[in-house]
Design a protein. Structure first.
Length: 417
């Protein structure tokens, strides 16, 4: 009974269990091999993807500060024609008809070049009330226009320019107001154009002013006596060290006063003081060189009247414009450099992230390969043993069949004998 049981058990083991186990292990081994091969290919792909590098980018060089340049166009722009034309009229009450030589006011204007010498400084073009006046030229020498008039305008240092005198029409208005016994005011409008020393002219401008006329006030106006002029002591030229700044200031002062009078020394001091007024070190060679360039650039248009009023202030404005332009250039260069650096850093970061992701994929694929190889090795040993067992079983079966065949032959021989 037990022999039959063990015989059947061996048959089941040999015919069912062992073949099924061998087949399962063989399939597992093939699967592990395929996984290992695919893992190696995947690891190789990710390895090639881990070689990303940031593209080379052009990085602007660091900005090299430049010495600001005096903007010559600012200097030239400051030498423009007259503006703000106005009429300074006699502020008192006109109590009697005026003669044809009595000036009732003069024209003034703002200009960096200085107004042209009379009678070329202003020109009367017309206006709604031009018929009330006659132009007054400076060659008319009379007490009101040359001596008393500037004092009446509260400007003792004033000089006579192109003015107006009353016509017969205006004198008729004065007579009527005096006869009526009351002070009257009237606004007048004239159209004027102004010229500077360089020949630049202003736009035609309508000028409005007011005159008062009527009976004289009870208390006469006090006569303002002018102090007799005192003889001026010729100034002594100061001794100053010869530097590029003082040499330039000397040249500028000569334009203002070739005779080396008081104006010469006044302009010299102001010209030397220009760097300090501009907020620059007087020893700044770059500023002095640009200062000289500005002077040479405008030298042909400089006159004694526009050196102090026009040229010297324009140097600081032009320098400030140059400083502002230098600041804008530096800011733009720094912004471009920072932008390029940011773009390069972003590209580097992207490349680093791609490389990190590729290395992570490669490491995972290699881990899978190692696991598949380990599984293949683990399966290989029992599979080899099963294959040996199968081979041994086949050999035993062959041996048993041979032995059975021999036994059958001996039995037949015994029967026949």
């Amino acid at each position: 009974m037990w022999a039959r049981f063990w015989t059947r058990l061996r048959l089941i083991q040999s015919n069912v269990y062992l073949p099924a186990t061998r087949t399962g292990l063989l399939v597992g081994a093939l699967g592990a091999f395929l996984v290992a091969a695919l893992g190696l290919l995947t690891a190789g792909y990710f390895q090639t993807q881990s070689w990303h590098s940031a593209p080379s980018a052009y990085l602007p060089s660091s900005y090299v500060p430049q010495n600001p340049k005096i903007a010559l166009n600012v200097v030239a722009t400051s030498l423009t024609g007259p503006t703000n034309i106005r009429f300074i009229s006699y502020q008192g009450i006109i109590s009697s008809p005026l003669s044809k030589y009595e000036v009732i006011g003069q024209f003034e204007a703002d200009t960096v070049n200085g107004l042209a010498a009379p009678p070329n400084d202003f020109s009367l073009l017309g206006g709604t009330d031009v018929g009330f006046f006659t132009p007054a030229r400076p060659m008319m020498r009379n007490p009101l226009s040359m001596e008393n008039y500037p004092h009446l305008l509260n400007d003792p240092q004033g000089t006579f320019r192109y003015g107006l005198v009353a016509s017969q029409t205006l004198n008729d208005l004065v007579r009527k107001a005096v006869a009526a016994g009351q002070v009257q005011s009237r606004s007048f409008n004239v159209r004027v154009i102004a010229f500077d020393k360089l020949g630049n002219k202003s736009a035609p401008q309508n000028i409005n002013f007011t005159l008062r006329f009527g009976p004289a006030p009870p208390t006469p106006a006090a006569t303002i006596a002018s102090a007799p002029p005192t003889a001026a002591t010729p100034p002594v030229e100061p001794t100053v060290p010869q530097t590029p700044l003082t040499v330039l200031a000397h040249d500028i002062a000569l334009v203002a006063d070739p005779k080396r009078g008081p104006t010469f020394f006044n302009v010299f001091r102001k010209a030397v003081d220009v760097p300090r007024a501009c907020g620059v070190d007087p020893n700044n060679a770059a500023f002095i060189a640009d200062y000289r360039s500005a002077f040479e650039f405008t030298k042909g248009r400089l006159t004694p009247d526009n050196v102090v009023a026009g040229f010297l202030p324009s140097v600081c404005k032009a320098w400030q414009a140059g400083v502002a332009a230098e600041g804008r250039a530096e800011s733009a260069a720094n912004a471009a450099r920072l932008q390029a650096m940011a773009a390069a850093q972003a590209a580097k970061t992207r490349a680093t992230l791609l490389n990190a992701a590729a290395r992570a994929g490669r490491d995972f694929a290699l881990s899978v390969v190692l696991g598949a190889v380990a599984l293949l090795l683990l399966i290989s040993l029992p599979l080899a043993l099963l294959l040996l067992e199968s081979h041994s079983s086949a050999l035993r079966a062959i041996a048993e069949r041979i032995e059975a065949a021999r036994a059958a032959d001996h039995t037949r021989e015994d029967v026949t004998s």
